[in-house]
Design a protein. Structure first.
Length: 236
């Protein structure tokens, strides 16, 4: 069954964008997934296609109206996960990506301006997700990131299940360093263990490097990986 993505945005021309290239683009062409993009302005009732209004309580900027956003969501809501891309959301994690890939698809709502009226987000039980601790002009780039991360996990898209299994975050760690030919470049040699042909030693080196890099660069991930809860989960 084709994995279906629906995106609701004020800027439909931003899609498929980079999703039309490389792995995601080939998978789109072969029908491994589908993408439909809806323009939120199509659900405005006035001749100016107005979708926003000033915020209650005052303040700068405009807010997307709940009635118009809800009509747009209702046009595609069929039980797939509903996600609102917003900097106020919970940060996207690989576990979320795996969950979306296992679902029939996803519906993504792209925020703009000062945001979306909270009532429609609550009424539709949307997940609020962010891709990082920074602010973009809108949710479209975040939607592209989420879709790219998810589509590559769909069956057959990457070609090898092992590739996904060894990537950063797949086991709670950052990925180990990678090397290829030539074995020596500008006086720098590939670690000897990778040339040894000893698969057990290579695996042990990669695990140690993944742990070292995670410990140094992402202490938050390392703390979660080293926790008793993670150890118990890995053992079960």
């Amino acid at each position: 069954m084709t994995w279906r993505a629906s995106v609701l945005t004020l800027f439909p021309a931003m899609f498929p964008g980079p999703l039309g290239l490389s792995l995601a683009g080939r998978a789109l062409e072969t029908g491994a997934w589908s993408l439909d993009v809806g323009n939120i302005r199509d659900f405005a009732a006035d001749r100016h296609r107005t979708v926003d209004d000033t915020p209650f309580g005052g303040g700068a900027g405009m807010v997307l109206r709940p009635d118009i956003v809800d009509a747009a969501v209702a046009s595609v809501d069929d039980g797939r996960p509903l996600v609102c891309l917003t900097p106020r959301g919970r940060r996207l994690a690989q576990a979320d990506v795996r969950r979306f890939a296992a679902a029939p698809g996803v519906v993504l709502l792209c925020g703009r301006y000062e945001g979306i009226d909270q009532r429609v987000i609550d009424a539709r039980f949307m997940e609020e997700i962010s891709i990082g601790d920074y602010v973009l002009s809108g949710g479209e780039l975040a939607a592209l990131v989420l879709l790219d991360a998810t589509v590559r996990l769909l069956p057959g898209v990457m070609g090898s299940a092992d590739s996904a299994a060894e990537e950063s975050f797949s086991a709670g760690l950052l990925e180990y360093p990678q090397y290829t030919r030539p074995a020596e470049w500008q006086g720098r040699r590939v670690p000897e263990v990778l040339l040894s042909g000893h698969h057990g030693a290579v695996a042990a080196w990669r695990q140690a490097e993944a742990e070292r890099i995670t410990r140094e660069r992402r202490p938050d991930l390392w703390a979660a990986f080293a926790s008793p809860e993670h150890a118990a989960s890995a053992a079960s």
